[in-house]
Design a protein around this ligand. Structure first.
Ligand code: FAD
Length: 482
């Protein structure tokens, strides 16, 4: 007997009727059957890939050997009936993983979220606070807009609980030399009331069936006896009926390299990501902004080292009249690529070069004479090595019902907090439906395993639905129907 709460508003992923072809939709078809690179074995429980094909994953694996593994591994098949009290393992506690856990909770499915974060959940919803002044910086996602009513419902709840607020400050486009053009104040722009990370840390507060394990870096994913076994560098971290990859980048490729999920691994491998440098800088005095409008955020045009700048003190501590002025600066993707280094181990010389280049960019953007910018009282550079997707399969989520594994994340349809949340929501509902079905007709639940990728356009720091100048494309190939 299933213990699920049967929800009358359950959502099912369905293919849309053929749409007018567009840049994003023309290559897409919903595939309802799985084709494996090799014939999967089928027995009562999950089949471990044969020892010939299966190798232990290792963080020392080279990119070439990880690639080879991805394409030679054998598809795992879970054939035993799904448990009446299933447990879902979610690897990644960013917006996508958190909304996925939240939505599974609403459907009566228990989950455990694993996240590497030392200071909190959130992934690319990072906020750094340094006392006692205090200094405060959102050092990845800056704000978000609402385009979709399902995301709107979530945001309305967060507004009610005081977790988010509207950012009333002026935002616009800053051209090299200091010419600023404000964006219209509508649609509303939202921020975490105390920064993005506190928002992420609060998202699961009202759930009863979610367990969070942090900091934890899941290094191995192994199918055994009808369950997924997760471990962290040899330490067992639990067994799960279904597993979700809610992160991208090298780590995901390594994890999937020998897991028995070749179709999922192949889709993940197709993803291309940009790299972006973040410079956090606090100044004693306000930055000299020319013109009538004192902006709080600007997309920068015509400066190689700079794509975005925002006054985080004004944004997050608007009631404070004095104290340091904390700015977050982001590089362009081109500058990020040229100056890419291992993000966990940034050489001092690179950090210094990047800092200098970006501060010169600030001068150029504001139209200030060379070397006239006041010296910051605090700086820190950080590289987002897997910053933003530059291509996408244009679907809400990916699910392999034979392997009982799925993927959610911003990159599946866009590159924003909204798309990450919608992806988490879509995958949760899809998995809850699959589990409720007992897994009897798995082929009906295969999603996104063969979709082609298209180039993703937008600002260097992402797509912002609702902002006129971004020219957002309509990329929904599927819709969620009640
Ligand atoms: C510089 C920058 C600026 C941005 N600005 C904006 C903005 O202003 N507005 C906007 O809407 N979007 C913005 N974005 C995009 C936005 O941040 C992302 O779209 C969104 O946060 C992605 O969420 P996610 O859950 O898909 O992934 P992530 O936030 O990346 O979450 C993945 C999580 O998984 C964890 N993880 C990875 N591997 C493992 C493992 N093996 N075990 C356990 N945990 C693991 C990671 O540590 C991370 O916490 C920006 C992004 C960047 C880089």
């Amino acid at each position: 007997m299933s213990t699920f709460i049967s929800s009358s508003s359950s959502l099912i992923l369905q293919p849309l009727k053929p749409q007018k072809p567009s840049k994003f939709t023309k290559a897409k078809t919903l595939t309802l059957t799985i084709k494996s690179t090799s014939e999967p074995k089928t027995t009562k429980n999950a089949q471990k890939p044969s020892s010939r094909n299966r190798r232990r994953s290792s963080y020392g694996t080279s990119r070439r050997s990880a690639l080879k593994k991805t394409f030679t591994q054998e598809q795992v098949q879970f054939t035993a009936p799904v448990s009446s009290d299933p447990h879902v393992g979610i690897i990644g506690g960013g917006m996508a993983g958190l909304v996925c856990a939240l939505s599974l909770d609403k459907r009566g499915v228990k989950s455990t979220v694993f996240d590497t974060g030392n200071h909190g959940l959130g992934g690319r919803m990072g906020t750094r606070m340094i006392g006692p002044q205090p200094l405060i910086f959102d050092h990845a996602a800056q704000f978000f807009t609402v385009n979709d009513s399902r995301f709107g419902q979530l945001v309305a709840g967060w507004l009610e609980r005081g977790l988010v607020k509207q950012w009333e400050g002026v935002i616009g486009e800053l051209e090299v030399g200091g010419k600023f053009s404000p964006f219209p104040s509508s649609p509303p722009r939202y921020i975490g009331a105390n920064g993005m990370r506190p928002l992420a840390d609060s998202l699961l507060a009202q759930t009863s069936m979610v367990n969070v394990v942090r900091p934890c870096w899941i290094s191995t994913l192994e199918p055994f006896n009808g369950m997924w076994h997760l471990s962290e560098n040899g330490k067992p971290r639990g067994q799960f009926d279904v597993v979700i990859i809610a992160h991208n980048g090298k780590c995901a490729n390594r994890l999937l390299g020998s897991s028995g999920l070749p179709l999922i691994a192949r889709q993940m491998k197709r993803l291309e990501l940009s790299s972006i440098w973040a410079l956090l800088a606090a100044f004693e005095d306000p930055l000299p902004i020319a013109g009538a409008v004192t902006f709080e955020g600007a997309f920068v045009k015509g400066v190689d080292s700079l794509s975005w700048m925002a006054n985080n003190s004004a944004k997050l501590l608007s009631s404070r009249r004095d104290g340091p002025h904390c700015w977050t600066f982001f590089s362009t993707a081109a500058f990020g690529k040229r100056n890419k280094v291992p993000q966990e181990n940034i050489p001092t010389a690179t950090a210094e070069k990047v800092k200098t280049g970006m501060l010169q960019g600030v001068e150029a953007a504001l139209g200030l004479p060379n070397c006239s910018l006041q010296k910051p009282i605090y700086t820190r550079v950080q590289l987002w090595g897997a910053a933003l997707p530059t291509n996408t399969p244009g679907i809400p989520c990916i699910f392999d019902p034979h392997g009982r594994a799925g993927i959610c994340g911003d990159w599946l349809s866009d590159s924003s907090l909204e798309s990450a949340a919608l992806s988490g929501l879509a995958l949760a509902n899809h998995i809850a439906d699959y589990l409720e079905s007992g897994g009897v007709h798995p082929e009906e639940f295969a999603v996104g395993l063969h979709n082609e990728f298209c180039t993703l356009e937008g600002h260097d720091i992402g797509q912002f639905p609702g902002l006129e100048s971004v020219g957002k494309q309509e990329i929904q190939a599927y819709e969620l129907t009640t």
